[in-house]
Design a protein around this ligand. Sequence first.
Ligand code: C2E
Ligand code: CA
Ligand code: CA
Length: 731
Amino acid sequence: MANDVALLLIALLPPIVGNLILISTDQWLLSQIGCYLYYVGIDWSVIVVLRFSCLYCSVPYIGTKWRIIANAIIAIDIVQLLLNPLTGHAFTTVQTLVDGAAYYALVPLTGQVVHRIIAYGIFFVALGIVAYKTFTASRLYIERYLVLLLCMLVCCIWETYYIFSGAPIDRSMISFGVYGLLVYYLVLYYRPMRLLDRMLARIVEDMNAAVFFFDVNVKCIYCNSYARDLIGVEEDEELPDDVGDLIGRSIGGWGGRFTEDWKKRAKFAYGNKERYLDISSQQVYDDRKRRVGACLSVRDITVEQEKLAHENYMATHDTLTGLYNQHHLYERIREVLDKNNDVDYKVVGIDIKDFKIVNDIFDKEFGDQVLRVVADELREHCLPGTVYGRLTGDKFGLLAPVEDFSEEEMEILLTEQPYGERVANYPIVVHMGVYEVTDRDIDVSVMFDRAFMAITSIKNDLNTHVATYDEGMRQDLIWNQKISQQLDRAMAAGQIKPYLQPMVNVAGKVEGAEVLVRWIHPDEGFLSPARFIPVFENNGMIAQLDSFMWECACQILRDWKDRGIDMFLSVNISPKDFYFIDVNGTIRRLVNKYGIDPGKLRLEITETAMMTDIENRLRIIEGLREDGFLVEMDDFGSGYSSLNMLKDIPVDVLKIDMMFLYKTKDQSKAETILQTIINLSGQLGIPSITEGVETADQLDMLVNMGCRLFQGYYFAKPMPIDEFEARYRVA
Ligand code: C2E
Ligand code: CA
Ligand code: CA
């Protein structure tokens, strides 16, 4: 648009200059030049005025036939004017004296009349376009057109007056000048303020807050509909003078800060409720930094705030128990540790023993209830300085000042099983591991790792509930990781060896042997399975090791079969194997691979293997027996053994652990139990083996009790295969 304005201003110049020349010269030639400049200039300016008016009023013109027609008419007029020196049909000039000054006055002829009709005609079209726009545009824009229209009318009237007055000087050129300046202003500088008002009001209306504008005397000059709601003034009502007081009355405790910048997000008494409001009062200044008014906005953020609080709660709390979740607990613990450098703390990990079994035996809802009970206990017993939460699954954690947490007291408390009575009389056993925070810089998660590491040391201990971390445990863990990484290579390198311990019958004949693993470690030396079996049972690698041992047993049996040696081998199956591999499939494949008689491979399964997932395990055992394997129940009498179980579990042989006898003081009672077990197995038709036989007396006793097969140091300790073969002359 700026270019169009420039064009217009330039186009207005020639007639003005031409007119100036006319009135200022007494020379004929110059006055002729002024004359033609004036007439041709008028033609050019009206056509440019028409073009500009169309652009200004957004009326299509450029590129239309109307423009071609208008240009053609003007071109014809210019040509007929320029022919005047030859034809003299348009005008002549006469020398005149005005106020004593000589100049050449124009005398119009026919051509001049034509010129005027054309110029007026085009000008009127332009004027008509502006007039039309003035009456049809929105009221907000009217001044933009009206001012221009009025100015064009003045130009027109003044020019007409000049024509008919016969005045020698055309002063209407002044109005053309004014017109030019006006256009310049309207296009380039004018901003419709009322439109701006409307637009701002629109935005403020949509602001989702009550907005008030005050002048310097705290008189409200504008407010949106939320604001009207706030002070109880209807949409069409006049704003009262005491808007400030009304706001003060609506929002208790705000205090009407209209003349200072002020911002606050807090709870306010609002009506008769408590609402969370975001209030902001901002002063407005002019360019000379004088205060001219203020805006006040009041936003009700109660819902947002509640949502935020809820989200915050959800992000930091565990939904089941309502305790802090792991992430937030770690954060809080870190905060407490950082803030209280002078206080010594303990990090305690809490674990529900056999929670998986609880979940398996009962249902999930019961498991959830157990977790909630533990959470309630924490809430009830934790002192104010303690931070606690749920970590994952059945694991909880807390941080307590050293003097607020005593392992001894906790041990007594847990021994009395405070959780027991709470959930359907199920005795929930809880284990706690304690790490006294000696190194504050380590990660909170590592502190808990250490606390839980302590629990590992009492995992299978029924009488201890609380364990304290010591550096040795970490060393153990490192050792465990080391040997776990080495297992694969150790198996491949022949470091893992099967040792055989004979099973001897009453007649003293070796009927078979149990295969027991040994690790001949290059650095650690001779490793007993007690060192590494629990490690692999914990991390699941036991399945690899056992499969390897089963394969060793099959290889030996194959070798014996080829050499005509008739003895069985007994291998161990860890309860964990069932979690990680298809025990049946693996054993069956091995037997097929080596082509041996399944009856020669006995499988030792401990009672604990039957504790979980009973139906599945029963099916597995049934499957193995159908395939011809003999299943022995290992360690009978040492664990949770229940005689009742015997009738349900389809085993072929009962392997009674004699070791449990030695732990008791009352020898005669223990012997009665042993006798009962042997009798019972006899009655059920399940043959028994007694293991752990160390002395001739024991052997005598067992023989008298009716036992037929034995295993123990009395006969031999486990030994390498070649030694076994040499000793029992099986070569
Ligand atoms: P277990 O299956 O009850 O094996 C019998 C353990 O008692 C063997 O210990 C054996 O050396 C020991 N023993 C035998 N006779 C006597 C005796 O008269 N007195 C005493 N005090 N002990 C005797 P070992 O070889 O150290 O194995 C310990 C446990 O490690 C085994 O107990 C078994 O649970 C496990 N284990 C051994 N080899 C394997 C294996 O290849 N796979 C799996 N899963 N576990 C194995
Ligand atoms: Ca065994
Ligand atoms: Ca055993």
